[in-house]
Design a protein around this ligand. Structure first.
Ligand SMILES: [Zn+2]
Length: 118
C-alpha cells in the first residue's frame, strides 16, 4: 500500500488538529464558566437576591448539545492524532483502504472512506 499523504502534509494535518483542539478546549472552558455563572446566580436566588429574569436569560444561553458536540469533537481530534502517530491516518477504519484525499483535506477528522461511510 502506497503512502496516502506526504510527511509534510501529515505534519500540516497534525498542526491543524492541534489548533482545532485548542479552540475546542477554549470553547468548553467558556461554556463551563457560563454554567458556573448560572450556579452562582441560582445561589443568590436561594438567599432571596438577584434578578430572576437575568438568571433565566443566562441559563437559556447554556446549550448542552453544543457542549456534547464539543466533547465529541475533542475525542475525534485525539483519535485522529493517534492515527497519525500510529501511521494509520488516512486509512478507512472499516476496510483499510485509502480515504479520498479531498475529503480528508476538507475534514481531517474523517475516518471512513466514501463507500463505508453509509
Ligand atoms: Zn472503507
Amino acid at each position: 500500500m502506497a503512502a496516502v499523504l506526504s510527511r509534510d502534509e501529515l505534519e500540516h494535518m497534525a498542526d491543524t488538529l492541534h489548533e482545532l483542539l485548542e479552540a475546542l478546549h477554549e470553547e468548553l472552558a467558556d461554556e463551563l464558566n457560563e454554567i458556573e455563572h448560572v450556579r452562582h446566580l441560582l445561589k443568590r436566588h436561594a438567599h432571596g437576591q438577584g434578578d430572576r429574569q437575568a438568571t433565566l436569560e443566562v441559563a437559556r444561553r447554556l446549550n448542552l448539545e453544543h457542549m456534547r458536540h464539543h466533547l465529541e469533537s475533542i475525542a475525534s481530534c485525539n483519535q485522529a492524532l493517534e492515527r497519525i502517530n500510529r501511521g494509520r491516518f488516512g486509512r478507512c477504519r472499516c476496510c483499510g483502504e485509502a480515504i479520498e484525499l479531498n475529503r480528508l483535506r476538507a475534514d481531517p477528522l474523517i475516518d471512513t472512506c466514501l463507500s463505508c461511510q453509509s
